[in-house]
Design a protein around this ligand. Structure first.
Ligand code: OOG
Ligand code: NI
Length: 328
């Protein structure tokens, strides 16, 4: 399924290209980072995607497993889970095949634990997802988790449906009403985000240590972003550093843009953002780094729950600022 040794599967490659171009088309700040920081400093060919991140509603057939099983079909393997009890979120990350570690991004997929929300919020979400969930559970008899091969518990129909929603960016449910968006926003900013953005890319994280001609120092990179006027997420501090000091992350505050709600009402909603990552060499591979022979998988891998918690706030901060300005 994964193609030849060094080449990603063509359907996967085409899918990721599409995911990225629709993300760029509707994320002005991400285009500005590329134009003002990369194109003017190192060249646009220096974009190395550390990871892509997607959000989902955790209802049967639509949760993180639905996207995860598509990734597994393309050769990704699920790694660690992270849980965020306060915001009722669960996440997992998926690693690309080892030989494609410098070609394909890692994947970070999360889901809202819908059953933990208030009955009113659950009712809103289910009013959008119920028809799709029903059709997914009835459309593919015999292809559930009991079939062999995949470690995920998603049916083939659910897998295809979620991947299609991610690739096209088209909402997998009816156009939401503004009333439902605002009601959900009160209780779960993440839930409101998924309602209007569906499964399109939440963010790409660009790899700072892979920019040729750059020191790889993410503090210098972040400083450059601030100097150029980009608004960074300062939740828990501008730089999110793992306890082992190997994983450093920062991100922009998400864009706010117009959305056409049910009844053709156009109002702003919170959209996507961009993240930046530096991964230090794993201590046992430090000598390879010194010799310039370090490979991507020999750097600090995976994610960090405490940092992720603050990165999630990239959309929450945007929503709060927009509410304060009275535009949301
Ligand atoms: C994901 C936030 C976490 C990371 O790299 O730790 C994250 C999200 O906002 O959906 O991206
Ligand atoms: Ni991220």
């Amino acid at each position: 399924m994964t193609g030849t040794a060094q080449e990603p599967n063509r359907l996967l490659k085409a899918s990721l290209d599409n995911i990225l171009s629709s993300y760029l088309a509707c994320t002005p700040s991400a285009r500005q980072v590329i134009d003002r920081v990369y194109a003017q400093g190192y060249g646009k060919d220096q974009l190395f995607h550390d990871h892509f991140a997607f959000r989902t509603f955790g209802v049967p057939g639509l949760g993180l497993d639905s996207l995860g099983s598509a990734l597994e079909a393309f050769g990704y393997t699920r790694q660690d889970y992270y849980s965020f009890p306060r915001t009722h979120l669960l996440a997992a990350w998926y690693a690309p095949p080892r030989e494609l570690y410098t070609t394909l991004p890692r994947m970070f997929v999360s889901q809202l634990q819908v059953e933990k929300l208030s009955p009113a919020a659950q009712a809103i979400i289910l009013s959008y997802t119920a028809d799709l969930a029903d059709s997914l559970s009835s459309s593919s008899p015999g292809s559930s988790s009991s079939s062999s091969g995949s470690s995920s518990s998603s049916s083939f129909a659910a897998t295809l449906s979620a991947w299609t929603a991610a690739v096209t960016g088209v909402l997998p449910w009816r156009t939401p009403s503004r009333e439902d968006y605002l009601a959900l926003l009160q209780e779960s900013e993440y839930g409101a985000w998924v309602l209007v953005n569906g499964y399109r890319l939440n963010h790409t994280a660009l790899s700072v240590h892979n920019i040729a001609g750059h020191s790889g120092d993410i503090y210098a990179f972040a400083n450059d972003l601030v100097m150029k006027g980009f608004k960074l997420n300062e939740e828990g501090g501008l730089m999110k550093v793992s306890p082992d000091s190997g994983l450093l992350q920062c991100s922009t505050v998400a864009d706010v843009m117009d959305f056409t709600f049910a009844g053709a009402e156009v109002h702003p909603v919170v959209g996507a953002y961009m993240e930046f990552v530096e991964r230090k060499p794993q201590p046992q591979h430090a000598h390879l780094a010194a010799a310039g022979q370090l490979q991507e998988h020999q750097r600090r891998d995976g994610f960090e729950a405490a940092s992720a918690k603050d990165i999630f706030a990239s959309t929450t901060l945007a929503a709060a600022a927009a509410q304060k300005q009275g535009i949301l």
